[in-house]
Design a protein. Structure first.
Length: 836
RNA sequence: GCGGAAGUGGCGGAACUGGCAGACGCGCAGGACUUAGGAUCCUGUGGCCGCAAGGCCGUGGGGGUUCAACUCCCCCCUUCCGCACCA
């Protein structure tokens, strides 16, 4: 045991010590202060279940690094944390283990908080919120009532997605590839139910338009996904009158320019007109059975795209309002009821699906658009539909027009003749928020025998979720089995009423929580407008790509509603969004069900928080997925170990010395001192750039390792380095390390004689003079190939550089006897001699 | 099928504006210290040839632009993610 340092690096002791100091000094508590620039940095709040794993920690580490950096940069930093505490797992745990959802949740929260604290994240814990507390969810109810007043919350009977495992309804956004987002292997079923909806479609256009405001600060990927999800289409709703009947089939099309090529009209199997059309038919019974069968089959949404086209020919006809042709009517399995009008015109020559359908059922294929470059198209030779725009042919008065022009003109004519109407439609559906489950926010209405649906008045809020409810996990809300809850008085007439027993989708909770952080104790309003005006918008939001649509679209919607209510005065709540990569183990995301989680608590115990934090930063740039490696983390542990010993070894003779600072003349320093200061400032430039520009913390950590290596390589540092210089270099190193590994940085900072917390210290200033290299290595190429290097002093002219390169014996030899054609010279970098 | 991102040593990754490919770390090899070490320290580490000096090859594949290409352009391949009969 040679030269064991007096002090050794014991993360556990150091980390707890500084966590206490920070708490005592209330360093991370921030209050609104109009005199100071604010910075609101936020990580997506966790659902407190299972274990807190390194996937979570990566998210919070990135946020914490940014928060601490911005604080050192002088910002008034709001950095809160809370709990997305309502949700199904609590209820399932309750059924499985016989424990109250509330108890289960609170236990998990306590554990999560313990671990987060153990990692030393700089949260303002005074602002902690938990969505399952009445003081929080009463505002969910309050928002619901405001939306109800504005007809933005409504009830309707409709076909909804039903997950048989969750035993509840799912929003469209929660259906992934035809399955439940929580149960990938469970196909979603369709059910007819009375449900509460939020009218997000009222904001479809604005949600789409304001994406432009987000272009600067959000990942393109997320914006594209949201655009596609909203799915705007311009088109025409065209009326095809039924022959010999009063009714009309309305069809939606974006390609009215192809209408002369229509061979049929196709209806969705669930189209309301279908039973009526069948009513008079002699083959009614047989056809009805076929349609029924098709409807049942359509449930398997996942393989819908690849399923074979199926059609049922009805015995009625419609007239093409443009061409006057009589067209057959079919029921087709690929027509979606929910989109457009639930009916389409079938144009085989210019739509691939229609082409396949027509091929199978031998419908005529009529070419009505030809490519602009001369060629004609023969229907017989078509192998696939010609879907591009072109020049119209065989289209009556419109023949010869370009598609773009024809669409304009035909839309106008359709409106004038009363056979159609221009329309914009969206793929976006209203947000179904009813859940037939217990552990969520009760929807604040009663059903009165006389008055119908009656909202709960504001002063009666919150509608409390009753405790000790029998949980069945069966397909109706457990609240329906609690008589004291269900039995109510009508708030309007005083008569008998039944309280609504569905609860809200938990995505309601997380759609506005970040506003509550600004004013978490407010008893009279969801938040103060003044405080929100100061803190908003969120400067930086950080979370997983998983929420690209769900949470982030709902949040934008809520913001716009709040603005229209007059609560906030901005259009978008989140200025910048960062989507960090996942932490993988064995190539897949960590999850309890896969059994591949690396627990954060164990990591802290084994290596310490600083090492855990540093590794998640070092292993990959933050936007990329990261494969967890137990081996690689050792490298970070070793680095901190080395750094600790290095600084601790010298701290004793540095604690009373002042750092040299900027005052000292560079010329008065010796070579070794200049080297150390130069490397320190070069590192500072790199690290600062990483923070300001691209958040590649992996290279920041690498830079700090290099600086440490340089220092070690210059040992013994007692010789030839004045204490003031060494102290300056150490201090720079610790200041840069502080956002990433804050505990060890504080400890060493203190060892260097500082009484003030490093967390409050300003970010150091970069001095270009000190970073400048005195001598440079110039690369010499001959015909583009690396042939040598010469050391030169910086700032040499081009001709001088060429001379130096040619003076190198090896280069001279290579060039000898050849003609120098050209010399490309990049000052301070490279000389390329082109010879032949 | 459409949209997006990406492909660099044994591995994670670096190379910022076209200018030394492989920083930093892991792993591996050799050595030092040691009763011992899986602790620590030092050295080496893309491939091939060579005792060495040095040379040739090398960033998914093929072509191109350029004095110079991981980086720019064209074609192709592969992987991941998102959407998926949206009329």
């Amino acid at each position: 045991m040679k030269h064991t340092p007096v002090t050794d690096y014991i993360p556990d002791v150091i980390e707890r010590k500084w966590q206490e100091r920070w708490a005592e000094a209330r360093v991370f508590e921030a209050d609104a202060d109009p005199a100071r620039p604010k910075y609101y940095v936020l990580e997506m709040l966790p659902y407190p279940s299972g274990t807190l794993h390194m996937g979570h920690m990566r998210n919070y580490t990135i946020g914490d690094v940014v928060a601490r950096y911005k604080r050192m940069r002088g910002f008034n930093v709001l950095h809160p944390m809370g709990w997305d505490a309502f949700g199904l797992p609590a209820e399932n745990a309750a059924i499985k283990h016989g424990i109250e959802p509330r108890t289960w949740t609170l236990n998990n929260i306590a554990e999560f908080k313990r671990v987060l604290t153990r990692f030393g994240f700089s949260y303002d814990w005074r602002r902690e919120i938990s969505t399952c507390e009445p003081e929080y969810y009463r505002w969910n109810q309050w928002f619901f009532l405001r939306m109800f007043e504005r007809n933005l919350a409504y009830r309707k009977r409709s076909r909804v997605n039903w997950c048989p495992k969750c035993e509840t309804v799912l929003a469209n956004e929660q259906v992934v590839e035809g399955a439940c987002w929580r149960h990938e292997d469970t196909p979603v079923e369709q059910k007819e139910l009375e449900q509460w909806f939020l009218r997000i479609t009222a904001y479809a256009e604005e949600l789409l338009r304001d994406i432009a405001q987000l272009r600067q600060g959000w990942p393109e990927r997320v914006l594209v996904m949201q655009e596609n999800w909203i799915g705007k289409s311009r088109g025409v709703r065209v009326r095809f009158p039924l022959m010999g009947r009063e009714e009309v089939i309305e069809v939606f099309t974006t390609r009215i320019d192809t209408i002369y090529g229509a061979s049929a009209v196709l209806l969705a199997p669930e189209h309301p007109l279908v039973p009526r059309l069948l009513a008079g038919s002699p083959q009614r019974q047989a056809l009805e059975e076929q349609v029924q069968a098709m409807r049942r089959h359509a449930v398997r949404e996942a393989d819908l795209a690849t399923a074979e086209k199926q059609g049922i020919l009805l015995d009625c006809q419609v007239r093409n309002p443009f061409s006057g042709d009589a067209l057959p009517v079919w029921v087709a399995n690929f027509v979606l009821l929910e989109y457009g009008t639930g009916a389409v015109m079938c144009v085989p020559a210019h739509d691939q699906r229609d082409f396949e359908f027509a091929t199978k059922y031998r419908l005529p294929v009529r070419v009505v658009v030809r490519p602009p470059q001369g060629e004609t198209l023969e229907a017989d030779s078509l192998r696939a539909a010609m879907v591009d725009y072109g020049i119209l042919v065989n289209s009556g008065p419109y023949s010869g027009l370009r598609s773009e022009v024809a669409i304009e003109q035909m839309s106008r004519d359709a409106e004038q003749k009363g056979i159609g109407r221009s329309e914009v439609i969206y793929r976006l559906r209203d947000w179904g928020i009813s859940r037939q489950r217990y552990w969520g926010t009760p929807i604040p209405v009663v059903h009165c025998e006389h008055c119908g649906i009656v909202p709960v008045p504001d002063e009666e809020l919150p509608v409390l979720l009753p405790a000790r409810v029998t949980l069945t996990g069966r397909g109706q809300s457990p609240l329906a089995l609690v008589p004291e809850f269900v039995q109510a008085r009508c708030y309007r007439c005083g008569g008998t009423a039944r309280r609504e027993t569905d609860t809200m989708d938990t995505f309601v909770d997380s759609s506005w929580y970040f506003y509550r952080y600004t004013d978490p104790q407010n008893h009279t309003a969801p938040f103060s407008r003044e405080l929100v005006r100061y803190w908003f918008p969120i400067d930086q939001y950080i979370g997983g790509i998983t929420h690209a649509i769900l949470h982030l679209l709902y949040s934008r919607f809520f913001c716009k509603v709040m603005r229209d209510i007059g609560l906030v005065d901005h259009d978008e709540p989140i200025q910048r969004l960062f989507t960090q990569g996942m932490v993988l183990k064995g190539g897949v995301a960590m999850s309890k069900s896969r059994g591949n989680v690396v627990g954060a608590a164990e990591m802290a115990e084994k290596y310490g928080a600083d090492t855990g934090r540093l590794y998640t930063l070092f292993a990959a740039p933050p936007e990329k997925d990261l494969e967890w490696s137990e081996q690689s983390i050792e490298g970070c542990a070793r680095f901190l170990q080395r750094l600790f010993r290095l600084v601790a070894r010298h701290a004793g003779r540095l604690d009373r010395v002042s750092a040299v600072g900027r005052a000292r003349e560079v010329a008065a320093l010796n070579e070794k001192e200049r080297l150390l200061l130069r490397r320190a400032h070069q590192t500072l430039r790199r690290v600062t750039q990483d923070f300001e520009r691209r958040w590649h913390f992996n290279t920041s950590v690498a830079a700090l390792m290099e600086l440490t290596n340089t220092l070690q390589g210059q040992e013994p540092l007692e010789q030839g380095v004045q204490p003031a210089v060494l102290k300056e270099v150490f201090e720079l190193l610790l200041q840069m390390l502080a956002p990433m590994a804050p505990h060890i940085a504080e400890e060493l900072w203190e060892m260097l004689g500082h009484k003030e917390l490093l967390a409050n210290h300003p970010w150091p200033e970069y001095h270009p003079k000190l970073a400048e290299e005195e001598r440079l290595e110039i690369v010499v190429q001959v015909n583009g190939k690396l042939r040598g290097r010469v050391m030169v002093e910086s700032g040499l002219s081009e001709s001088e550089l060429r001379e130096r390169a040619l003076a190198d014996p090896r280069i001279a030899q290579l060039v000898a006897g050849k003609t120098l054609q050209k010399a490309i010279i990049i000052p301070d970098k490279l000389v390329n001699l082109v010879v032949s």
